[in-house]
Design a protein. Structure first.
Length: 364
C-alpha cells in the first residue's frame, strides 16, 4: 500500500501524541513493506530531510497562527496528496474534517483519527470551539472511517450521532532508567521530585499542580516540563511561580533525558482532563511511574487501579501528593500494575496491526 499520513506537525516527532503516533506506526508500516509518506509543516523543520526511518517526507508551508496553522496546512497537504496515487489517507484531528472534502472529491480512501473533544479546551475562543464542534459533527456524516483512541470517545460518537468508529489506541514503550546521571544537569536526583510533562494549557492543570505543590511539606522538588507554542496569560502565571524547588526547564526534546525524568521521578502528576487516551500518561505508565491522575473517565479507562486520582482542587491534589509520601509500599505495587497494563494493551506493534487491518479492509 501507498499511505499518506497528514494532519500533524510531522516527523521527527518532537511535539505531541499525533507526531509520535505517526512516527511509530509509520516506521512499522515501512518494515512491513508499505510505502509511507508523511506531510510535515515546513516552518517546524529548518533541515528538510527527504526520508526518516524509511518514511518519505513532504514539506508544505503553513501560516503561523494558533488556530489556522493546523487547518490550512492540512488543507494544502490534502490538495497536494489528492493529485497523487495514494491508496490510503490517514488524517489526524477532527478539526480537519472540512478539508476531507478534497480527497473525497478525488474518490480517495480516508480514515480520520478524531482525537479528543477539542471544543471543550479552554484555550479556544468561542468561535474556535464552535468550529471544532461543527467539524466533529461533519466527520460523522462523511463517507470515511473514523478512529477513536478511547472507548469513552467511541461510545460518545455512537450515542450522540449513531456513528460507529474503530477503536485503535496509542502505544507506549516499556522503559527503565539507563543513565540517572543525566538528571544532574537539572539539579535533580532519583526519587527526589514530582514530575509533570504537559502543554501549559488550563485543561491540563499545570498551574493547579504548582499551587498544590507550594503547600506540600516536603524536601522533594517539582519538575514541570513543557510550555506553549504561543505565550498566554495562563502560561505566564506558571512562569512567575518558578523558584528553587519548582523547576520549569521548558520544552525538552532529548529522549534520553525524558526517559530518565520519567523513570526516576517519585510520582508523576497527570492533569489532563479533556480528550481520549493521553500519550504522556501511557509513557509515564510504561516507565514505571507512580501516577497521580486527574479523575476523569478517559484517564480511569487507561490507568485503572494502578494509580490514584484527584479532583480539580488544590486540596484534593495536595492530599494525594501527601498520600504518596506516606504509602511507599502501595506505590511499588502501582508501578508494577502500570507496566503490566502497557505491556498487555498498549504495544506499538499491536497498534500497527490494527491500523494495517483497517487499511486492508478499506481497500476491499
Amino acid at each position: 500500500m501507498k499511505i499518506a499520513l497528514i494532519g500533524t506537525r510531522g516527523i521527527p516527532a518532537t511535539y505531541g501524541g499525533f507526531e509520535t503516533c505517526t512516527q511509530e506506526i509509520g516506521q512499522r508500516l515501512v518494515h512491513r513493506g508499505h510505502e509511507v509518506w508523511v506531510y510535515c509543516r515546513a516552518g517546524h523543520y529548518p533541515e528538510k530531510q527527504e526520508r526518516y526511518l524509511g518514511m518519505n517526507l513532504v514539506y508544505i508551508n503553513e501560516p503561523r497562527s494558533r488556530f489556522l496553522e493546523t487547518v490550512f496546512h492540512t488543507y494544502k497537504s490534502l490538495l497536494h496528496a489528492s493529485k497523487r496515487d495514494f491508496d490510503i489517507f490517514l488524517v489526524f484531528n477532527s478539526g480537519n474534517a472540512f478539508s476531507l472534502l478534497v480527497p473525497l472529491i478525488f474518490k480517495k480512501k480516508v480514515a480520520l483519527h478524531m482525537d479528543g473533544m477539542e471544543w471543550k479546551r479552554e484555550k479556544w475562543s468561542t468561535l474556535a470551539k464552535s468550529y471544532h464542534r461543527c467539524a466533529a459533527w461533519l466527520a460523522t456524516k462523511l463517507p470515511i472511517e473514523m478512529i477513536n483512541d478511547s472507548r469513552e470517545l467511541q461510545d460518545y460518537y455512537q450515542k450522540k450521532y449513531s456513528r460507529d468508529s474503530h477503536y485503535i489506541t496509542y502505544g507506549a514503550p516499556l522503559q527503565k532508567s539507563q543513565d540517572p546521571s543525566l538528571l544532574q544537569g537539572l539539579g535533580l536526583e532519583a526519587n527526589g521530585y514530582y514530575f509533570q510533562l504537559t502543554r501549559f494549557e488550563p485543561e491540563n492543570n499545570p498551574l493547579l499542580t504548582v499551587q498544590a505543590f507550594q503547600k506540600l511539606q516536603t524536601d522533594k522538588k517539582l519538575v514541570l516540563v513543557g510550555g506553549v507554542t504561543y505565550e498566554t496569560p495562563y502560561s505566564n502565571k506558571i512562569a512567575l511561580l518558578r523558584d528553587e524547588n519548582i523547576l520549569l526547564p521548558g520544552l525538552v526534546y532529548d529522549k534520553d533525558i525524558l526517559r530518565e525524568l520519567y523513570c526516576n521521578c517519585f510520582a508523576y502528576i497527570h492533569g489532563n482532563e479533556v480528550g481520549g487516551t493521553n500519550p504522556t500518561l501511557l509513557e509515564a505508565m510504561g516507565s514505571g511511574c507512580f501516577v497521580i491522575s486527574r479523575d476523569v473517565a478517559f484517564n480511569r479507562e487507561v490507568l485503572q487501579d494502578a494509580g490514584i486520582y484527584f479532583d480539580k482542587t488544590q486540596a484534593s491534589l495536595l492530599e494525594k501528593m501527601n498520600w504518596a509520601l506516606e504509602n511507599p509500599d502501595n506505590i511499588r505495587l502501582c508501578k508494577e500494575k502500570s507496566q503490566n497494563i502497557i505491556r498487555e494493551a498498549y504495544d506499538w506493534e499491536q497498534v500497527t496491526d490494527a491500523y494495517e487491518r483497517l487499511f486492508f479492509k478499506m481497500l476491499e
